[in-house]
Design a protein around this ligand. Structure first.
Ligand code: THU
Length: 152
């Protein structure tokens, strides 16, 4: 990764960590922050937003993705998730896949409350979701959807 790429990832990681501080999680007390870097170079962040009707809770990853899509930035270059051993749930992996290409990176930031240290593991959306349900191969989307020029 070149310096520009490294700076973009550092910015993304910081945005995810900052968003985590805004999590609304009075039920689980498990705050998560996420941020997405779009192909257009923008960063959008989100946090988990829980609800008294537990099943209505929204994960940080989907909150961040919805912000990007709502702003008109539909192709994801990289995603960061910050929490205590945070890993995206299955539903979030499928939503990530919808807007990702084969190289879309996922940075999993493990924030250790005891030591105050953080570690970052890098993977990709499609490593997290092998044999993903794919709207293109199932004929639901054209081969080159307009918003995803470099799809897998
Ligand atoms: N959660 C996320 O926001 N992202 C993840 O990657 C895993 C789980 C949230 C959902 C719920 O508000 C809380 O964490 C506990 O499951």
């Amino acid at each position: 990764m070149n310096l520009k790429g490294k700076r973009a990832v550092a910015r993304l990681v910081e945005a995810a960590i900052r968003a985590r501080a805004r999590a609304y999680c009075p039920y689980s007390r498990y705050p998560v922050g996420a941020a997405v870097l779009t192909e257009s170079g923008r960063v959008f962040a989100g946090c988990n937003v829980e609800n008294a009707s537990y099943g209505l809770s929204i994960c940080a990853e989907r909150a961040a993705i919805c912000r990007a899509i709502s702003a008109g930035h539909g192709a994801l270059r990289a995603i960061a998730v910050a929490g205590a051993a945070a890993k995206p749930c299955g539903a979030c992996r499928q939503v990530m896949a919808e807007f990702s290409g084969k190289d879309t990176a996922v940075h999993l930031i493990d924030l250790n409350a005891k030591t105050g240290r953080r570690s970052v593991v890098r993977t990709t959306v499609f490593k997290l979701l092998p044999m993903a349900y794919d709207p293109v191969s199932s004929g639901l989307l054209p081969r080159n959807p307009h918003n995803l020029p470099n799809r897998r």
